[in-house]
Structures are given as structure tokens and as C-alpha cells.
Write a protein that binds this ligand. Structure first.
Ligand code: GLY
Ligand code: MN
Ligand code: MN
Length: 436
């Protein structure tokens, strides 16, 4: 578990950046799947970033400015419930273990919020994510307003606490980088395992099972998103998650799967031939996507604009699509008219962190952000040639994506997922390594 001082430092920074007022950050609710079965519990990313606390029914309150203080509301100890569900810290245990200034029972939240908001100018919260929560926040403000005749003033300004937290989350600290290296490393191992396990006749879900096995056996708590294991022409379906097709000789297999480790996501895609040998057109498309990815990676360094890797990938892909006869006209036309989007319709990456599509703005004042050390994001160009619509037969049904997770460093970037092979020769060797 991450050192609790890391979370305390983040709370202190939030308090400084708030300048004053009161911030309220709840964790995620538990959700029922059907009748008595629940979805696996996952804490809220903002809450976890500031606390490291994983229990449901918890709310963090931070007082900003000179009176900086952090207060946790959480479940009480409960001998009966703990027989069924396991240990709870309770307010005293949580305060001691996680370093809060104060902690109270969650049952006292409404009463304490009316007191904490009295005579504060500003409430920092997250509105619009959960209407029941929004109504509760408005209820506290009305409770304070109701005390107006006793001279108490209610907050007049409500600000989005996520605006501050998103900026903090965008630049990863040393603790986060350590955890994300681990998550990325586990995912790379899982992709290696999938390459060794795939062969004609196996079902996609068998390969999915190998991946999930590798995640869990290294201590990753969950997949960071539903894995995509797409054989043959299913590789052209961007969000294919049924994973119930059968792999055939001659198929490519596109796998987009990343684990979540201690709250942090990894997000990795590899594409490889089930037989262990790329066919001619498959290899042409694969090498093109790999070249596009390398061009994008070469553009990742401090001072580059966020859009630079995408533009580099688009330039390579558009040129290659023309060379392969999949697009006609000039390179300039292909880029200007966005004709390449028929084959590459998503962007080249996204911020990565506690959420797979992580917090943080991509533009500031109308301009793409400039990359800074500590930013982590994916670089994931692809090419999806769906059958029909004038596509030459040999290319029909080929879908390729290559996705790595990168950390911007002082001098360039570190590829966190480098242990997942992507060179043609490396892949072919690994896929064939366990065949008789
Ligand atoms: N796996 C989700 C994505 O690549 O964005
Ligand atoms: Mn991604
Ligand atoms: Mn992905």
C-alpha cells in the first residue's frame, strides 16, 4: 500500500490551492447487480487519490486556506457486520491509520456539514455525477440558509473541486509512477502469456482467461476495463467484448487488455497472428501501424504539444494507406479531408491514471496542452479495414492496433509497457514458442 503521507501531502496541496472554503469528496456507492449480488466494489478515483481509503460509505471533507484540516466520515465498527463482511476501520482507526485530523461516523455527515459550512464563502464539490448526492449537497446549503436569522451565512459560491484535482492528477507523483510501472509490467506479462497460448481452434474467451489469470496471479485486483479479445474480422469492431469467437488459422488476434493495480490502470493492445506467421497483407498493415506508433512515440517529450503524437501517427498512416492502395489522392488531401478516418477513426491516445481515460484537460485556453514530465498517457494508433466499400479483398477484415503506456520524462519518454513484444520477428517467435 502507498505510504499514507503521500495522500496527506495531496490533501495539504488541495487545501492550499482552494485558498479557503470547504471541499467535499465522497467515495463511490456500492451497486447491486441483481437481487443480492453486487458489482465488485470500486472506490471513487478522486476520493482514493486524496485518502488511500478503500471502504464504501465514506466522505472526505477538506477545509482550505489557513484553517487547513482534513476530516473523514466513514462507517462505524460493527461486530455483527464484520462477521459477514470483514474488518472496518471505524472513525478512530481510520484517523490513526490514514492520518486525518478528525474522523466521524458517516451517520453524522448531514449534521456536521451544516456546521462546517456555516459562514464559509465557498463550497468545493463535484456536481452532476450523481443526482442523489447533488440533492444532499443542496440540502446542507439550505440547512445553513435556514439559520440566517441567527446571523449565520451560507456559502455563496459553489466551485468544481475536480478542476483542482484534475490538474493534480494529470502530473503523476513518484508513488503513482511506481504503481503504474507495476500495473504496466503485469499487463505486459499477460500479453506475452496470451501470445504463447493462442492457436487455431481455441476460443477468444480461453485467451481472455489466460490474461485474467496473469493479472490476478501478480496481485492486480481487476481488469482496468473489459478486455477486448478479437480474432479475425472482429478486430475491426472497436469495442468488441463478447470474446466468444473461435480462432482460425490465418486470423490476426487483437487483444486490448490492461489490469488495475492498487487503483491505477494500464491499457495495452497487441495484435498478432494466431498461426505464428503474419500473412502478406497482414504484415503490410501491421508494419504500417508499427511505423505510425514509432513516429508518435518519437514525438513524446517535454515541450511537445499533446496533438504532436497524433499528428505524427496520422501522417504515417495516411501515406501508408495511399501506398497500399486503400486511399487515393495526395497525402495532403488525405489529411485535409480526413479520408484516413475511414481506417483510423479514433485518436492516438488519452491520459492514463486512476481511470483508464484519466482526468485532465487536453486543451487550455483553446490550445493543445504542452507535455510535461510526469504525464502518463497511451499511444495507440490503429488501422481497421472493414470489408466492403471498395476495399481490396486481401486487406478486408484486417484490424490492427498497437497500444503502449508512456511516461513523459525530463528528456523524452519511458515506455512502461515495453515488455510486451511488438516487433514482427519477436511476436512470431513468441507465438510459436510453445507449439509442438
Ligand atoms: N481500452 C480502452 C482504450 O484503449 O482506450
Ligand atoms: Mn487506450
Ligand atoms: Mn486500450
Amino acid at each position: 500500500m502507498t505510504d499514507i503521507k503521500v495522500h496527506a501531502r495531496r490533501r495539504a496541496r488541495l487545501a492550499r490551492e482552494m485558498g479557503g472554503g470547504v471541499a467535499v469528496v465522497p467515495t463511490a456507492p456500492e451497486r447491486t447487480r441483481n437481487r443480492d449480488a453486487h458489482y465488485p466494489y470500486r472506490f471513487d478515483s478522486y476520493f482514493y487519490y486524496l485518502t488511500g481509503f478503500r471502504e464504501p460509505e465514506s466522505v472526505l471533507v477538506v477545509l482550505g486556506g489557513d484553517a487547513a484540516k482534513s476530516i473523514l466520515f466513514c462507517r462505524e465498527r460493527d461486530a455483527e457486520r464484520e462477521i459477514w463482511d470483514g474488518h472496518r476501520y471505524g472513525p478512530d482507526g481510520a484517523r490513526e491509520k490514514f492520518g486525518f485530523d478528525e474522523a466521524f461516523s458517516i451517520a453524522r455527515l448531514d449534521e456536521r456539514m451544516s456546521e462546517l459550512l456555516a459562514n464559509q464563502d465557498m463550497l468545493w464539490c463535484r456536481l452532476g455525477a450523481d443526482s442523489a448526492w447533488d440533492a444532499r449537497v443542496v440540502g446542507w446549503i439550505n440547512d445553513v440558509r435556514a439559520q440566517a436569522r441567527t446571523g449565520i451565512r451560507a456559502p455563496r459560491e459553489i466551485k468544481d473541486v475536480c478542476a483542482l484535482l484534475d490538474e493534480m492528477r494529470l502530473i503523476k507523483d513518484a508513488a503513482e509512477i511506481g504503481v503504474m510501472r507495476r500495473a504496466a509490467g503485469i499487463s505486459a506479462l499477460a500479453h506475452r502469456r496470451a501470445m504463447r497460448a493462442a492457436r487455431p481452434g481455441r476460443a477468444e474467451y480461453e485467451i481472455e482467461a489466460e490474461i485474467l489469470h496473469e493479472f490476478r496471479r501478480h496481485g492486480a485486483q481487476a481488469p482496468a476495463y473489459t478486455p477486448i479479445v478479437a480474432g479475425g474480422s472482429r478486430s475491426c469492431i472497436l469495442h468488441y467484448v463478447e470474446n466468444d469467437g473461435v480462432l482460425h488459422d490465418g486470423d490476426l488476434l487483437l487483444i486490448d487488455a490492461g489490469c488495475e493495480f492498487d487503483g491505477y490502470a494500464s491499457d495495452v493492445t497487441r495484435t498478432f497472428p494466431v498461426s505464428g506467421r503474419f500473412g502478406g497483407p497482414q504484415k503490410q498493415v501491421y508494419e504500417l501501424v508499427l511505423e505510425a506508433q514509432k513516429a508518435a512515440l518519437a514525438a513524446v517529450r517535454p515541450g511537445s504539444e499533446w496533438s504532436a503524437p497524433h499528428e505524427a501517427a496520422v501522417a504515417v498512416l495516411a501515406r501508408g494507406l495511399i501506398d497500399l492502395g486503400l486511399l487515393t489522392g495526395s497525402l495532403e488531401q488525405a489529411i485535409e479531408t480526413e479520408a484516413y478516418k475511414k481506417f483510423f477513426m479514433h485518436r492516438t491516445g488519452h491520459w492514463l491514471g486512476l481511470d483508464v481515460h484519466d482526468a485532465g484537460e487536453y486543451k487550455r485556453d483553446g490550445k493543445w496542452r504542452v507535455l510535461e514530465p510526469g504525464m502518463i498517457f497511451t499511444v495507440e494508433p490503429g488501422c481497421y479495414v472493414r470489408a466492403g466499400d471498395g476495399v481490396p479483398g486481401p486487406f478486408a477484415g484486417i484490424g490492427v492496433r498497437i497500444e503502449d503506456d508512456v511516461l513523459v520524462t525530463e528528456s523524452g519518454c519511458e515506455i512502461l509497457t515495453a515488455d510486451a513484444p511488438k516487433q514482427v520477428a519477436e511476436i512470431e517467435e513468441l507465438v510459436r514458442s510453445e507449439r509442438g
